[in-house]
Write a protein that binds this ligand. Structure first.
Ligand code: ATP
Ligand code: MG
Length: 346
């Protein structure tokens, strides 16, 4: 990328033109066969995080891609909201976020793709990777470090006088440790950076500022109507509910193959709730609660992915239209039938 993007400053035209070329040549079903081959570092429900390692200017960057907007105005509003969200969590709440540059790329008349570019962090520093290499005590400390960060968000929600409310997705894959060491020791005060900024959930006087309608477009076609009618409100509210967010982080350890950490995390979470963080009264939960929550979450994920694949087949093979989302090829997702954690697999 150009010198402007390297300094983390505002969008510049050369970078935007390059991203537009990348987007126009993107093969969403086989990203590594795109005109500029793409490596997918992570999948969200709708977004994907891309590395463009064959482009020398882009080698040190990651690109968070969100292909849900139709008009340039919609994408511009999302850029503005993301910038406001990041400004609030960094300056007013005190959560670290790496410099990010936003782009709206328009490959077709009916599509505006949002991109957020960030410097690539060392793979071992991402929270979900820490679970694979760090000692158990450090994994639990990482979880406690995340709880310390979210307490600041809840305190802000309780005390700010502008009627603002912020939600953040606490999953460990959304945080990275800030360190110069390749594999640092981690304790509950280890500095973290928050990386998952592309779903800026923010309410102003009770009104959701995120364009949820655009995000519903990212749902499988068959589910769009029921999601809009019955679930949209609930799906979004889950992220504002402190107890649910903490259940979600612990549940994700099952997905990451570390269900052996669940008991210690439940204990830590309950000790944290007992302190009444941000004056909140949060009911303690059990290991079984985490497993039940995770099973429901995993089931929704499996159904959504199957329906999205069906959408892709119909759109690209039957209707011969472009399909804009990048879907995971293979998901190694353990589905636990019992509420008892298995020992760590070696
Ligand atoms: N700056 C970065 N450097 C290195 N890897 C990154 C960076 N940002 C993201 N990643 C990788 O991509 C994964 C997903 O990133 P992120 O949480 O930002 O997006 P997402 O989960 O797709 O978004 P969402 O949850 O909003 O749909 C991370 O867990 C990490 O592995
Ligand atoms: Mg994420």
């Amino acid at each position: 990328m150009s010198a402007v993007l390297q300094s983390g400053a505002a969008t510049n035209e050369t970078d935007a033109a390059l991203l537009c070329e990348v987007e126009c040549g993107l093969n969403t079903s086989q990203p590594d066969r795109s005109r500029h081959p793409v490596r997918v570092l992570g999948f969200g429900e709708i977004s994907a995080v891309l590395a463009l390692e064959t482009l020398p200017e882009a080698k040190e960057w990651v690109f968070k891609r969100l292909p849900v907007f139709i008009t340039e105005d919609e994408a511009a509003a999302h850029i503005e909201l993301t910038a406001r969200y990041v400004d609030t969590i960094t300056r007013h709440i005190g959560i670290h976020v790496k410099d990010t540059t936003y782009f709206s790329v328009r490959p077709r008349e009916d599509l505006a793709v949002f991109y957020a570019a960030q410097r690539m962090l060392p793979a071992d520093h991402i929270g979900s990777a820490v679970l694979r290499w760090a000692p158990d005590a450090d994994c639990i400390a990482l979880f406690e470090a995340v709880l310390n960060q979210v307490e600041k968000v809840w305190e802000f929600n309780r005390t700010n006088t502008e009627g603002l409310e912020i939600a953040i997705d606490l999953q460990l894959s959304n945080w990275a440790v800030l360190s110069d060491e390749p594999r640092p020791r981690i304790d509950a005060s280890t500095p973290l950076t928050f990386i998952d900024i592309t779903t800026p959930l923010m309410r102003s006087n009770g009104r959701e500022l995120l364009n949820t309608e655009a995000f519903i477009r990212g749902c499988p076609t068959l589910l769009r109507w029921p999601v809009r009618k019955f679930m949209a409100e609930e799906v979004v509210s889950r992220y504002y509910d402190p107890r649910n967010c903490v259940l979600d982080v612990i549940g994700n350890c099952i997905k990451e193959g570390r269900e052996d950490l669940v008991p210690a995390m439940v204990e830590s979470a309950n000790a944290f709730f007992a302190r009444k963080p941000a004056s909140l009264e949060i009911a303690p939960f059990s290991i079984a609660d985490v497993f039940r929550y995770y099973r429901q979450d995993a089931l929704i994920f499996i159904v959504f992915l199957a329906l999205k694949r069906l959408d892709r087949f119909i759109k690209s093979r039957v209707l011969r239209q472009p399909y804009d989302y990048i879907l995971p090829v293979h998901i190694d997702r353990h589905f636990p039938w019992s509420n008892k954690p298995r020992a760590r697999r070696t």
